[in-house]
Design a protein around this ligand. Sequence first.
Ligand code: SAH
Length: 266
Amino acid sequence: MIQYRINILVMNIQITQICYFLISISFVLLCLSCAGKTGDHVETEKEWTVARKKMVSQLCAYRIKDEGILAAMNKVRRHLFIPEQSKPSPSYAYGDHPYPIGFNQTISQPYIVAYMTQCLELKSGEKVLEIGTGSGYQAAMLAELGIKVYSIEIIPQLADHAREVLKAEKYESVQVLTGDGYMGWPEHAPFDAIIVTCAPDDVPQTLIDQMKEGGRMIIPVGSGFQRLDILRKKDGKILRTEDVPVRFVPMVHSTPLSTNAPAKGK
Ligand code: SAH
């Protein structure tokens, strides 16, 4: 009888130890999964690729039909253009919405990038001026399409970041200028196309002057309510079409002393 009681006691102690062991394991696993959610989880290239493919299939559903644009969106590693400190997860970096890139600016939503590019009806080898480099993502997209890109960004830190990522990702056909887009880039004008990714109150005449004959421009216009305008230069005249309502950051004016002189060594 005594032996029987001792056996029961030993069994109880063992069961208690097993329970403690299982509780500890669960606690460690819980901690690890929480750490992943708070940013310690390092995504694999495969996870980013899966998210990118999902983004592209969504664009197809939104009537982006240009095969070249879809292929380019599938190739450009959008998450690398978002600055480190923003730390997006794959679903955020490739979700169909703008994403903060610092300095109160955003990387445009994938659909808008694809849509504006599609409207420009670009051909490989053409020369395009972009106003508002931001993260450099739109410029990379254009480069992927075989375009020679001249991109202007007014915030020096963003221009530097874009230059670094574009270089690391080997987009050698993109030149980034730290400067004011209202002045355009006269040294490289005229351009086959101009894409403006910040909104002025009206289309700057300087940019119209820098369009080639047969050239196109896509530009968000307005403060408060904005819409995309598409301009074409034909026989020296401008044909202007009003397109869809949009929401972009404003195209700001620089100080009177600023120039568009390229920064040293860039
Ligand atoms: N095309 C970018 C998104 C641009 S957000 C991308 O792919 O990430 C708009 C950008 O326009 C911001 O970075 C802002 O600093 C810039 N900007 C605003 N006013 C400008 C101006 N006058 N000249 C050049 N860039 C300007």
